[in-house]
Design a protein around this ligand. Structure first.
Ligand code: UD1
Length: 417
């Protein structure tokens, strides 16, 4: 298994290109199942989660081919409607095939995701939505089976804004009969991209990016042709890398409107952010001020940036409170950061972080995708050597992160254990 080795202490400088967004590419790939034809999606990042999605599409009978960062999906012959436990346990987002399968084939069978490193992550709201559209849902041997000869538009109210739930319902409702209204829908940029992509296929969706989305069902959809938006979480991670090392980095592809919450908190911490033509320039201060954050749904502070921001606050000149409200149990990185010398106390859903002058490098272990990124950031800011094991988590969601950081002057490389 590979590990990442970092000898920190170098202020990062230069410019770095953000890849396509994993969390946008995944629903777009599954949306190709809605059309009886050949779709093409470009700016797809090279990631383990994308490989898992491709494997799943192939198991369903789709033909998938690569050309550079474009993926062609021929969804003319769908032979299976099942997402197996092996795939769903590797990648929860596999449940996003259920909406398209139900809409196109009238039937879908998907393994329940089960336990997850960042707490219980049920799909009850997805299922409640499908039921509202007239699907019959059955649970059988750890699988969810959904059936509907013809989905019918309905009003769906989400008890909480769910990204995956909103995406699954958007895809199902696009081919339902009549109007569907999604209330308390998630508003993330990835939802907006999915809605725009579906509209380019012939769907009639209005309101994506607000809490109420209206979908007029259509009979068929054309194949998809689109390019994935830049990854705001990868961009945010590079922005913090610049800030934590006191560097000066142009993050190419970072979109200001996608980063409002992060930008505001970085500015409070003393970081300088300048908008440039093709991205955001981030200049780290000599001394970072402590800042409190509270994660919430978009446009609030993203839970996927919580671990990275905590790494930043370990180096602030005071005490900050990091509150996690989206997922339970998303503080596994705390123990590892403590092993590097951070002073952090957990208080229910909050972590109290007392900034320290120096972090000591240490051998640490990645526990989930964003936790891994926080360990890299802490390692970049520490004078000694940090070794991060179990980096397969990182490969799920960051394309060549060590190469990109090395391009900014970081002393970081991958080794075989
Ligand atoms: C997506 C992102 C993930 C991000 C998360 C929140 C993808 C592939 N993943 O995950 O990176 O951390 O949004 O921004 O896009 N919930 C329920 N019942 C449901 C669905 C969700 O109770 O049926 C709860 C979850 O447990 C969680 C909250 O709702 O507490 C938000 O989850 P959700 O927005 O659905 O996250 P994902 O779509 O799984």
């Amino acid at each position: 298994m590979d590990k990442i080795v970092i000898k920190g202490g170098v202020p990062l400088a230069g410019d770095v290109q953000v890849s396509g967004a994993k969390n946008s590419a995944l629903p777009l790939l599954f949306a190709t199942l809605l059309a009886d034809g050949v779709s093409e999606i470009c700016n797809v990042p090279h990631l383990r989660d994308i490989n898992t999605a491709v494997k799943l599409l192939r198991e369903l009978g789709a033909e998938v081919s690569h050309e550079g960062d474009c993926l062609r999906v021929d969804a003319r012959k769908i032979q299976s409607v099942e997402a197996s436990y092996d795939l769903v346990k590797t990648m929860r987002a596999s449940v996003l095939v259920l909406g398209p399968l139900l809409a196109r084939c009238g039937h879908g069978r998907v393994s329940l995701p089960g336990g997850c490193a960042i707490g219980a992550r049920p799909i009850n709201l997805h299922l409640k939505g499908f039921e509202a559209l007239g699907a019959e849902i059955q649970l059988d041997h750890g699988y969810v089976e959904a059936t509907a000869a013809q989905l019918r538009g309905a009003k769906v109210y989400f008890d909480m804004p769910t990204v995956g739930g909103t995406e699954n319902l958007l895809m199902a409702a696009a081919l339902a009969e009549g109007e569907t209204v999604l209330e308390n829908a998630a508003r993330e940029p990835e939802i907006v991209q999915l809605a725009e992509a579906l509209n380019s296929m012939g769907a009639k969706i209005q309101g994506a990016g607000t809490a109420i989305i209206r979908i007029q069902g259509v009979e068929t959809l054309q194949p998809l042709n689109c390019s994935v938006i830049p990854d705001r979480i990868e961009a945010g991670t590079f922005m913090i890398a610049a800030a934590i090392t006191g560097g000066n980095v142009l993050v190419r592809g970072a979109v200001e409107e996608h980063q409002e919450a992060l930008i505001s908190k970085l500015v409070d911490a003393g970081v300088t952010i300048q908008k440039e033509e093709d991205g955001l320039r981030v200049i780290g201060p000599e001394i970072l001020s402590p800042v409190d954050i509270r994660t919430s749904v978009f446009p609030g502070f993203p839970t996927d940036m919580q671990a990275q921001f905590m790494a930043l606050m370990t180096r602030s000149s005071g005490t900050s409170r990091i509150s996690e409200t989206v997922f339970e149990n998303r503080f596994m990185h705390v123990c590892e950061l403590q092993r590097m010398g951070a002073e952090i106390q957990i208080d229910g859903h909050s972590a109290i972080v007392r900034g320290v002058r120096e972090m000591t490098g240490a051998p640490v272990m990645a526990t989930d995708l964003r936790a891994s990124a926080s360990l890299i950031l802490a390692g970049l800011a520490s004078e000694n050597t940090t070794e991060i094991a179990r980096i397969y988590h990182l490969d799920r969601g960051y394309e060549k992160i060590e190469e990109k950081l090395a391009g900014l002057g970081a002393r970081i490389w991958r080794e075989q254990e």
